[in-house]
Design a protein around this ligand. Structure first.
Ligand code: ZN
Length: 315
């Protein structure tokens, strides 16, 4: 495909740039602290920059005040970002330009299948609207995913395989409620911000394949991916907003950081129990190594934290 007039541009730099990109649908929990900590340490160890992006495009899920709470929580834990906070809600015209260009290149199509109709097809969307004309509103806009990405190399997990049905699905780029879809916004902003490595939870491995697909579409070198295990309070029950994980208590920032260092595989000495937030962060920069991360997709909190009272306070 020719990239003539493509509005997606990329300024190649030689510096490590990482990011943390929470959605403001609630405050951070212990699992998100582990991800942001690993991402921050990686950036600082590589003399790089660490950016904060607020993924505030899914407007029905936004909780008022949580964007500010997230920033307060990061600061309380010594995780200070470089550059101004990047708000996805301010990027909508750019996303729309890219969507128009994709339409002009016939890389997308309209789909007005209801959720119920898609469920009736099986687990994944099979492209039934690809050749339809005159699709009536409301419709979603789907990507013609002709180049299914079925595997990719992850810094921690090694070669990761993606289920063929998931990998080949024509995923949504623009939602039927006229909001930009997560994959398109995330990929475009990682390009715009020149992100070189993405550190996030292993529950996002499959979405990464969709985003890699978009990097390839725009002929842009893909960032490295580093998926860290998600924290589980019990088997198959990850800490998440959906599972009502308890928000981090900033008054316990030192305990939170101590245990988050353990969760990402470091072995902070017992003397660090009384260290300050800054000392804990500095210790992490000097002592944690990416090789210490477990190459599994989930870890039970009780396997690494021998303090039941603490576990109960975060899950
Ligand atoms: Zn359809």
């Amino acid at each position: 495909m020719s990239l003539v007039d493509c509005p997606v541009t990329y300024l190649e730099g030689d510096r490590y740039r990482g990011r943390f990109a929470p959605s403001p649908s609630g405050n951070l929990h212990f699992g998100s602290l582990c991800t942001s900590l690993a991402s921050y340490l990686r950036a600082k160890q590589n003399n790089g920059q660490w950016l904060l992006r607020i993924d505030d495009i899914d407007t029905p899920r936004i909780v008022p005040g949580s964007a500010q709470n997230i920033q307060n929580t990061l600061l309380a834990h010594g995780l200070v970002w470089d550059e101004d906070v990047f708000l996805q809600s301010e990027q909508i015209p750019r996303y729309r330009d890219v969507l128009s260009w994709l339409e002009s290149q016939q890389k997308v199509y309209r789909c007005n299948c209801s959720r119920k109709a898609i469920r009736a097809l099986g687990t994944n969307y099979t492209g039934v609207c690809r050749d339809k004309r005159d699709v009536t509103a409301p419709y979603a806009i789907r990507f013609k995913n002709d180049l299914a990405i079925t595997e990719f190399e992850d810094v921690v997990q090694g070669m990761v395989s993606i289920d063929q049905n998931v990998a080949s699905e024509d995923f949504v780029l623009w939602r039927r409620d006229d909001l930009v879809a997560y994959h398109l916004a995330a990929a475009l902003d990682d390009i715009e911000q020149g992100i070189t490595e993405i550190v996030r939870g292993a529950d996002l491995i499959q979405p990464s394949a969709c985003q890699l697909n978009l990097f390839r579409l725009f002929s842009i070198p893909s960032p490295k991916y580093l998926h860290i295990p998600v924290a589980e309070s019990k088997k198959g029950f990850k800490l998440s907003k959906q599972n009502h994980a308890i928000e981090l208590n900033n008054q316990n920032a030192r305990d939170n950081l101590f245990y988050a260092l353990r969760f990402i595989g470091a072995a902070p000495p017992i003397e660090l129990r009384t260290a300050s937030v800054d000392e804990l962060i500095q210790w992490g920069i000097s002592h944690w190594r990416v090789q210490m991360l477990a190459s599994s997709t989930a870890i039970l909190l009780s396997e690494i934290i021998d303090n039941k009272e603490y576990i109960d306070s975060i899950s």
